[in-house]
Design a protein around this ligand. Structure first.
Ligand code: SAH
Length: 395
């Protein structure tokens, strides 16, 4: 049998781990040691020596490894990972059966019972995202299992942990995907690139929001899409019958990327407005011109720095909202989103109420969205349920 380093949890954290909390924090352990390196297998025990779980060491952005089995009789990392993958695939059968959707999350790390790796499915191509060197060291043993899955044409990966070599190839093996690869989501088409930097062109976790936009509440309306990236929300709004979309993003790629998303949907890109500018600069311009929109979408990154501004969701969201409200027309709707894991839906809504109540107009929160069902979450790990999107209706 493989060796498991016995790791003792400090008394005050025992309960949390016994309830199934999966993330290891070395500060919560009584005997974390230099002998524990990336990929060391661990056996978590209480101060009294009772078994709690098996795990592995892998330093991530947050946390120092994951627990993968709370069953004393199931210690093998690979057996557990394969079993969780198999369950995950079975749970997505409705996505596989749905011909109008060919891109979704196949395996959501700790939400599917095994933290440190996520796998997205893009029309037969898998995109693996590794969050630690610790788990990455098991790649060679995992790959044959993935290639054996009947729907896999090829595999790509992104390494989301600190590493010495930069700019590595993201292609792992099998067939190569076309560039772009055209995928479908609820009947809409999106151009994605599996080997072009950190992002693919679409954020799969927003599928419920895109669906809502496409179902018709934007019909005949003008839409402002801020932090628009490749304009996926604008595409969805046009499917819903929007009169006109304005997409604003500071990145240079924005114009070409957004046009491409319109064009792969046979939407006329020349009649839509695409603005490459810092949103805060754009707000000044729009306010000066007295511009207002029926639907205003706001989906900033948790942290961003442009030449002109630094934005941090935790502190700056209220000010962002304050600047957006005057751009929302009478009877208009705002869709505000954040993927910041540092606060939950309740706190996000509280912030929204506190800013909106400074207004003379009345407003109502009419709907909210969190992660779609393919982004499975773990009740014992609420911070994994990071997405919060709130729809606000102004009178
Ligand atoms: N809403 C998008 C995803 C947004 S990703 C979608 O649904 O696909 C965040 C985007 O914010 C990035 O494209 C980044 O270029 C942009 N961004 C970050 N800071 C910005 C700023 N100050 N002004 C405009 N865009 C910004």
């Amino acid at each position: 049998m493989e060796k498991y380093y016995p790791l003792q949890v400090a008394k005050k954290h025992v309960n949390k781990y016994q309830q199934g909390y999966p993330l290891l924090h070395k500060e919560w352990m009584m005997n974390w040691s230099k002998k524990i390196t990336e990929s060391t297998l661990l056996k978590l025990v209480s101060p009294a020596g009772e078994f709690i779980a098996y795990g592995y060491a892998g330093k991530q952005n947050k946390g120092d490894g994951w627990l993968f089995s709370f069953d004393k009789k199931a210690p093998s990392l690979l057996d557990n990972l394969q079993a969780r993958l198999q369950e995950a695939v079975q749970m997505r059968h409705s996505y596989f059966a749905d011909e109008t959707t060919t891109a979704f999350r196949l395996f959501n790390g700790e939400g599917d019972g095994f933290g440190g790796l996520t796998i997205d499915y893009y029309d037969g191509f898998l995109l693996l995202q590794w969050y630690s060197l610790g788990l990455y060291q098991f790649k060679k043993e995992l790959l044959p299992y993935l290639y054996d899955l009947p729907f896999v044409k090829g595999i790509y990966e992104k390494r989301r942990f600190e590493q010495e070599e930069a700019n590595q190839d993201d292609f792992v093996g099998g067939k190569k995907a076309t560039e772009p690869l055209l995928v479908k989501e609820n009947g809409m088409t999106f151009a994605v690139y599996l080997d072009d930097g950190w992002m693919t062109g679409i954020f799969l976790d927003q599928k419920d929001v895109r669906r809502e936009l496409s179902l018709g509440f934007t019909a005949g309306k003008t839409v402002l899409n801020t932090f628009s990236y490749t304009g996926a929300f604008s595409v969805a709004a046009l499917y819903g019958g929007a009169l006109h979309t304005t997409s604003v993003d500071a990145a240079k790629r924005t114009t070409a990327k957004t046009r491409e998303q319109f064009e792969v949907n046979q939407l006329d890109s020349t009649s839509q407005t695409i603005v490459v500018e810092d949103v805060f600069q754009y707000f000044k311009y729009a306010l000066r011109k007295g511009k207002q929109f029926d639907v205003v979408i706001c989906d900033p990154p948790s942290f961003a720095r442009t030449k002109k501004t630094t934005f941090q969701v935790a502190n700056d969201y209220p000010e962002l909202l304050r600047q957006l409200i005057p751009l929302t027309a009478t009877g208009g709707t705002m869709l505000v989103s954040t993927n910041y894991a540092g606060f939950g839906m309740k706190a996000f809504k509280k912030m929204i109420h506190s800013v909106c109540s400074e207004e003379t107009r009345t407003y109502r929160i009419v709907k909210d969205f969190s992660l779609p069902t393919d982004f499975r979450t773990n009740k014992a790990f609420p911070e994994g349920n990071y997405l919060k999107v709130v729809m606000i209706q102004f009178d």
